[in-house]
Design a protein around this ligand. Sequence first.
Ligand SMILES: [Zn+2]
Length: 286
Amino acid sequence: MLGALMFFLHRLLALVVIAILTCLTQAQAGVLVASTHPLYLIAKAVTMGVENPVLLLPPASSGHDINLRPSDRLLLKQSDFVIWFGRDYEAPLYELLAHQQNAIALFDLKIFRRLPLRDLKGQAIPQSLDPHIWLDPENAISIANYIALVRGRQFPAHAMQYQRNAQRFAEQLRAAVTAEKSQTPRSYWAYHDAYHYLESSLNFKFAGALTVDPELPPSIGQLIWLNQNRPHAETMCLFAERQPTAALTAKLSPIHYYPIDEVMASSTDFVQGWQFLAHRLEECKR
Ligand SMILES: [Zn+2]
């Protein structure tokens, strides 16, 4: 009996030592801060088993609406690696992060497929950047590889693990894209032009946006233009981050509204979040 108790205590002690060592390793590894939720989900996949990245903004907060608390500013200063998209998406972070040594803006790197912003009628705006780059699966994979590279250089002991994680992330996301690939093309309207990077994977064609700024309501002139140029006399699909008012729905009728969450706030995994978005958009084709 005593022998069994001693054995149990010994095992317990060993577990406590392992737990302390794990904590120490993680503390030494510093904190990786990701600005917005989709970036956090990618960082989480890459750092799995090594560290837990920290999300700066609340999960539902997009780069279009940023409110920083004093504690957020402190976190950005204390982190040893801050990754954010950049000024075109998270403008309020620019003042803070532009000259901070530990911060890297993804838009400054030349490793992504870039698409231009489009005006309300779908015409590309020269020299512009559509900031929703993470919705393109190959861009998400490039981000994952980049995080693995930077973090692997900062902590060479974990470099292999970061690489393996990034590799697995790429395989899972590509498998999800193959499963979603749809042959049927379909035109759609967007509340604001946010889904450009999903169009080629899912075979959608942009037929116009209601507003340039997601925080602003559409103009009467734009509603008239959309109706005059609607590609489907029958129901149009409207992808939007907010429920259109009854009055707005009536003016564009017949429409079917699909709520889309560009930051994947309800997902805890990027691949699942991307698939969820894809399924939601595919509902429009049924
Ligand atoms: Zn957006």
